[in-house]
Design a protein around this ligand. Structure first.
Ligand SMILES: NC(=O)c1ccc[n+]([C@@H]2O[C@H](COP(=O)([O-])OP(=O)(O)OC[C@H]3O[C@@H](n4cnc5c(N)ncnc54)[C@H](OP(=O)(O)O)[C@@H]3O)[C@@H](O)[C@H]2O)c1
Length: 321
């Protein structure tokens, strides 16, 4: 059978790479779009067997080229997203204008399905540009194309993320860890493999819900997540609630860096819980399970941040005693 062609924007990211592996192993042909083939080609081309992956360079949103790519695909998946603005990368053009364009073109081309990644918990974040632009983007997608499916994940984690890995680096280096909003913000972390499986099931046509909130099996507060990360890297740190004004001043300083650890916009976003809203069905409601447990999964890669590295693992030590 000729493999179906799936066009993926933002394919080189955490979710994209996992999804390419899942799709191509299951006989789909993926066309992965990246802004810079020289920077991202090496990481993309190792995700699939020869013949199953084509890498296309698209440095900017060129309508004619996007149209040509859509002509060749049955399903399009948009994974493009940013956590902070820099140079010409503004939240509005990435999170609202591009999904608007892509969904209009997808409707014109009458493609089988458009899967768009938005975010959970953005409805109430009225002072976060990330949240506002993401919400506008998902609304545009739904209005423009009735066969679009919007996925709203909570925090997605894995060894490839920039969440648990960054925090483990910070916890390793800093003697104290600031807690924003006393660490009370709640999340429903979902492992990237579980999310990739959900997207795969949608590609396969197992569900047809227009908006799905994608969550893992547990609700954890920010403080609980930090405590779990500390436990897995065998470290003890002082956790200090940071007054909001001070948190915003430090974030302003971080914003000068090319890849800021935290921004004022992210602090505003953290004010709201990142858990199911009750407005839409979750993956569990639709029978799409995501059962990977946070503790168990981070334990599989946290040895990189432990003193002694991989061979500090308890299992290894027991075996060799
Ligand atoms: N990870 C999470 O915890 C999480 C949670 C909720 C929602 N989401 C959403 O899920 C989607 C995928 O997340 P992810 O974690 O896989 O993201 P990621 O690792 O940051 O990757 C996003 C991709 O977007 C592309 N990109 C970034 N800026 C771009 C620009 N200006 N123009 C074109 N492409 C650009 C990059 O591809 P190239 O550099 O190859 O062009 C990058 O590989 C995003 O929409 C994100 O907002 C993620």
């Amino acid at each position: 059978m000729k493999p179906k062609e799936i066009l993926v924007f933002g394919a080189s990211g955490q979710i994209g790479r996992n999804l390419i592996r899942k799709l191509t192993k299951n006989n789909y042909k993926v066309v992965a779009v990246t802004r810079n083939i020289h920077q991202k080609g090496y990481i993309l081309k190792t995700q699939a067997n020869p013949g199953y992956l084509e890498i296309v360079e698209l440095p900017y949103f060129d309508i004619e080229k996007i149209n040509n790519l859509l002509d060749e695909c049955s399903i399009c998946i948009n994974l493009i997203g940013i956590l902070f603005e820099k140079k010409k990368n503004y939240f509005k053009n990435i999170h609202t204008d591009f999904p608007d364009l892509l969904s209009k073109l997808s409707a014109e081309k009458n493609i089988e399905k458009l899967i768009h990644l938005s975010s959970l918990g953005i409805e109430k974040s009225i002072d976060s540009k990330y949240a506002i632009t993401k919400l506008n983007g998902e609304n545009k997608v739904k209005n423009n194309f009735e066969r679009a499916i919007v996925l709203k994940p909570s925090i997605v984690y894995s060894v490839d993320d920039s969440f648990t890995t960054n925090f483990m680096t910070l916890l390793n280096r800093l003697p104290i860890m600031p807690l924003y909003y006393e660490g009370k913000t709640k999340f429903a972390p979902i492992h990237v493999t579980d999310l990739a499986k959900i997207i795969f099931d949608i590609v396969e046509g197992k569900v047809d819900e227009q908006t799905i909130e994608c969550i893992g099996p547990e609700i954890l507060s920010f403080k609980e997540i930090i405590l779990k990360l500390l436990k897995t890297i065998h470290k003890k740190r002082l956790l200090i609630p940071l007054p909001l004004a001070l948190a915003k001043i430090t974030a302003k300083i971080f914003e000068i860096m090319p890849n800021p650890l935290i921004t004022v916009d992210q602090i505003n976003l953290l004010k709201q819980d990142n858990i199911p809203s009750g407005k839409y069905k979750t993956n569990f409601d639709l029978g799409l399970m995501a059962n990977r447990i946070f503790d168990e999964e981070i334990d599989k890669y946290s040895f990189n941040w432990r003193d002694g590295g991989q061979y500090s693992r308890d299992k290894f030590q027991r075996k060799n005693q």
